[in-house]
Design a binder for this molecule. Structure first.
Ligand code: DX5
Ligand code: ZN
Length: 219
């Protein structure tokens, strides 16, 4: 069985001590940095943009997983490649020509991810699954950290896992939103490979320990 991964979401970090929190992730058992970019149009919130990602990238020494919650993401694919993104995830709901977006991301040397909102049926990925390196299953409505996990996610992950196996695709499953030690193990049992955790990590008393505990729990 492949190692299951933890991706702390920097959205929940202390932006006044951003370098400190990036170093904390570097030194921890976390596998990836999860970076949430929100435009205030696709989602009802604005997070941060390119200059902040650049600052994070200068200190980060792990895989950078960028989650774009923006309309018309094709406009910025080259920019995010230049900023050091390793995985670039676009939303299914924000792409008119998803297949073209995926090819454009890969052409820039990045892995290509597709995020699906809670209302989006994973069957809609049937015709592109072989081109997708990772599906990010939103387990909250995107836009904010600290929301409660949507229970329907378990069924959705099982359905997606079955589709990936049926199509013999090599696609990872990431879960994003409301992940805690209460749902982590079950998500992995359903087929998840990568768990994003924001508030659960950074609002805990000892984020380094919380990351280590999550990592042990899922492996
Ligand atoms: C939500 C973001 C998530 C968020 C997760 O729109 O995509 O990555 O940071 O935060 P928690 O773990 O606090 O739900
Ligand atoms: Zn995210």
């Amino acid at each position: 069985m492949d190692t299951k991964l933890i991706a702390p979401s920097i959205l929940a970090a202390d932006f006044g001590n951003l370098q400190r929190d990036v170093e904390l992730v570097n030194q921890s058992q976390a596998d990836w940095f999860h970076i949430d970019i929100m435009d205030g149009v696709f989602v009802p919130n604005i997070s941060f943009g390119m200059p902040v990602l650049k600052a994070i990238q200068q200190h980060a020494d792990k895989f950078i997983d960028v989650h774009l919650m923006i309309v018309d993401p094709d406009r910025y694919i080259t920019t995010f490649a230049e900023l050091g993104a390793n995985m670039l995830t676009v939303h299914y709901e924000a792409c008119t020509h998803l297949h073209r977006s995926l090819q454009a991301i890969k052409a820039q040397g990045m892995q290509a991810g597709v995020a699906v909102n809670p209302h989006t049926n994973v069957e809609l990925l049937r015709d592109t699954i072989q081109d997708i390196d990772m599906v990010c299953v939103m387990s909250v409505n995107p836009g904010f950290g600290g929301q409660s996990f949507i229970e329907n996610t378990y069924d959705k992950v099982k359905q997606l896992k079955a589709l990936i196996s049926e199509k013999k695709a090599d696609t990872k499953i990431e879960i994003d939103g409301g992940v805690t030690s209460k749902n982590a193990k079950e998500l992995i049992m359903c087929g998840a490979d990568v768990l994003v955790a924001g508030s659960f990590v950074f609002k805990s008393e000892n984020p380094t320990e919380t990351i280590a505990d999550l990592k042990t729990l899922i492996n």
